[in-house]
Design a protein around this ligand. Structure first.
Ligand code: SF4
Ligand code: MG
Length: 315
């Protein structure tokens, strides 16, 4: 029941002076229909590039993307159009992605027009319904994006994505730019819409604390690679990769009845430049457990327990 499968996905950018940025370098993961897959990592780790490559805003340098079992890169004509409907993106900065000269109603209806869905009257009724579904009001259709708060703009972005009835939504840090007080509301909206419509989400974030509450499964990225994939519970209870362990150790346990707080693991140094990644394991320059072999060999990304994947020589 995988809706998406990503096999050895690569996205490399050719820069000046013959330099190559391997933003995404060999990812393997699958997303099940109806689940939320959280993709986390520090900025620059390649998570946004992963999302943009999957939805074909970028063409992959290598590997395969299968959507409902079909190779996305080979889709043409009607199939490509259908894919463009089935997969939608919600961006971090809803304002930058909303045309300031279009009314909210036009913005939401635009996709329906492009895809020839519904006639004029029905489209308008659907816009009104979508506005209500995302917690806005019908009269908002006549207004312009600048008249709305950040949280409301994100709701508009979500309504626009939903207008053409996608199966799959890639949300790229959709709440990072919002006030903390608004973040939970938007997360709850995502959850409600998922329940009502059976949507599948790829939810990208830099903050593991946020993702672990909304995700069924989580992938942790570092320097263009996945280092661990597991269910949210497993990852939280028993993280196996040293990088995941350090990310989790930074999250305070809010329940005061929990006596033992996790010991904080402070990583040394900075993330290396993705233009010049370390040999062997990309995490080795900061890993508290690095061994000789880590500099020589890239650890294989493998299933160490059922549905729990890790790339580390310790395992
Ligand atoms: Fe650390 Fe080595 Fe594991 Fe990389 S492979 S995470 S350096 S122990
Ligand atoms: Mg990003």
């Amino acid at each position: 029941q995988n809706i998406l499968e990503v096999r050895n996905l690569q996205k490399h950018f050719n820069l000046s002076n013959n330099r190559v940025l391997k933003a995404v370098d060999g990812l393997n993961f699958a997303i099940k229909r109806g689940e939320t897959f959280g993709l986390v990592g520090e900025s620059g780790c390649g998570k946004s590039t992963t999302g943009r490559t999957i939805i074909r805003l970028y063409e992959a340098t290598g590997g395969e993307i299968l959507f409902n079992g079909e190779n996305v890169q080979k889709m043409k004509g009607d199939k490509r159009m259908k894919f463009n409907r089935d997969m939608q993106m919600v961006f971090q900065d809803p304002y930058a992605s909303l045309n300031p000269r279009m009314t909210v109603g036009k913005i939401i209806a635009e996709g329906m027009e492009i895809h020839g869905l519904y006639d004029g009257k029905e489209r308008k009724a659907r816009v009104n319904q979508l506005l209500r579904d995302v917690g806005l009001r019908e009269e908002h259709a006549e207004r312009f994006p600048h008249e709305f708060s950040g949280g409301q703009r994100q709701r508009i972005g979500i309504a626009r994505a939903l207008a053409i009835e996608p199966q799959f939504i890639i949300a790229d840090e959709p709440i990072s730019a919002l006030d903390v007080s608004v973040q939970a509301q938007v997360v709850n909206l995502f959850k409600k819409l998922q329940r009502e419509r059976g949507l599948t989400y790829l939810f990208i974030a830099h903050d593991l604390a946020m993702v672990k509450h909304i995700s069924d499964r989580i992938g942790v990225m570092y320097l263009g690679k996945l280092v661990e994939v597991a269910s949210s519970e497993k990852l939280n209870a028993k993280p196996l990769h040293p990088y995941t362990q350090s990310l989790l150790s930074a999250i305070p346990i809010p329940d005061p009845s929990v006596q033992r707080q996790r010991e904080r693991i402070i990583l040394q140094g900075e993330i290396p430049s993705p233009l010049n990644p370390p040999s062997g394991c990309p995490f080795r320059t900061r890993c508290p457990h690095a061994m000789d072999v880590c500099a020589q060999q890239m650890p294989e990304f493998r299933e160490v327990e059922p549905d729990h994947y890790v790339a580390c020589h310790l395992l």
